[in-house]
Design a protein around this ligand. Structure first.
Ligand SMILES: [Zn+2]
Length: 383
């Protein structure tokens, strides 16, 4: 996608384009900001601009080089991601990068290495990368992408040009959704709140399938009730697991198709590396999916808190139902439920078994609801 089509992040784009025009582009950038805010998109566009066959100051988005970069299949634009059970970027990944980065580009003008979730680099990997950052080979660029910049070594940060991505004004997202996508003002307002200033997030939420899924997830969350038996709770957890595996399966099929397309034009070794990178991507995306599902649930419970304390809710399309639920549980109970869901998110980030974590979570929520019910009947008795 050309820079001219990117919505938001104007300041960053202006800086990058000016540096390109003046020939003062940095050897290493650090793109920092929350997920879904446009870091990967801008990184991709920068890689495209550097290798676009039209040779202008912006990517055309249509030439073979731009298209290959879009599909993650350009031999000079390499993605490095955390992999394995520990979800880390290890010393071997950086060694491989160091070996390859000094070679001449195969097809393009510039070799670009994009390290996503750069905060997942081990200490050894970070130290190895420092050497490359100190003596960057000509015709190469490194882009580190992270939503947790504070977890990076200060020495790494100081050798990169940092670009902080900031959320968009919700009004702008609303406006975009109404004008460009013809959404109703009500739906646009809801999406802009749910996305918290992240256009990428709003766009993925607006797809019909995702919308239906939101309904499904919130309904599933509502199925957890105080008098639940174990079997029913396990079923709720199983249904969330099913959502994630459906998502994973679909993405896996798409990746297989992508790889089949490039099979003929890349070497065996390159294909193997691409496969590994795509599988790490798949694992990362599946984990992100779980995070999204749990975020929806957290957002819902936060709204219950907001309702109790008087403020603007996010899920205002479910106002009546939320008002009913809010009276049956204390603020403290809701906070405990939010904490339980947040803990589950942390477990999954650390690769704890998905099903077991979700089962424990649903039980914890039911327990809190049960406790709340006991309390409210006690209150009633005291009266
Ligand atoms: Zn192009």
């Amino acid at each position: 996608m050309p820079f001219s089509d990117v919505i938001g992040q104007e300041q960053i784009i202006r800086l990058l384009r000016n540096s390109l025009k003046c020939g003062r582009i940095a050897h290493a950038y650090l793109f920092a900001g929350p997920d879904g805010i446009g870091k990967t998109m801008v990184a991709k566009t920068l890689s495209q601009t550097l290798n676009c066959e039209t040779g202008g100051w912006d990517a055309c988005g249509r030439c073979p080089a731009c298209r290959r970069i879009e599909n993650f299949s350009h031999p000079d634009v390499t993605w490095v991601r955390p992999a394995g059970l520990s979800r880390q970027i290890g010393i071997d990944d950086i060694r491989r990068l160091r070996q390859q980065i000094s070679l001449k580009p195969y097809q393009g003008r510039k070799k670009v290495y994009l390290i996503t979730e750069a905060d997942r680099m081990t200490a050894q990997a970070s130290n190895a990368l420092l050497k490359t950052l100190e003596e960057p080979p000509a015709n190469s660029m490194l882009i580190l992408i992270t939503s947790h910049p504070a977890s990076l070594f200060p020495t790494i940060i100081s050798r990169c040009q940092m670009m902080r991505f900031s959320p968009l004004n919700p009004g702008r997202i609303e406006d975009y959704l109404v004008k460009k996508l013809n959404l109703s003002p009500n739906k646009a307002r809801l999406l802009s709140r749910l996305s918290e200033g992240r256009l990428g997030k709003a766009l993925s939420l607006q797809e019909e399938a995702v919308w239906e899924e939101r309904e499904k997830i919130l309904n599933l969350g509502n199925q957890i009730s105080p008098q639940d038996d174990l079997e029913k709770l396990l079923k709720v957890a199983a249904q969330i697991v099913e959502l994630v595996s459906d998502f994973r399966h679909e993405l896996e099929e798409r990746i297989k198709d992508e790889l089949r397309e490039v099979e003929a034009v890349v070497s065996k070794e390159q294909l193997k590396e691409m496969k590994e990178e795509r599988m790490a991507f798949l694992a990362g995306e599946s984990r992100r999916k779980v995070g999204e599902i749990l975020d929806l649930m957290i957002g819902y419970y936060r709204d219950l808190l907001v309702l109790k304390e008087g403020g603007e809710t996010i899920n205002f399309d479910r106002m009546r139902e939320m008002q009913q639920r809010a009276v049956s549980i204390s603020s403290q109970g809701i906070s405990k439920i939010i904490k339980a869901i947040e803990e589950t998110k942390g477990f999954i980030e650390r690769n704890v078994n998905l099903r077991l974590s979700l089962e424990a979570m649903t039980m914890k929520i039911a327990e809190e609801l049960e406790y709340a019910r006991g309390n409210s009947s006690q209150v009633a008795r005291e009266r």
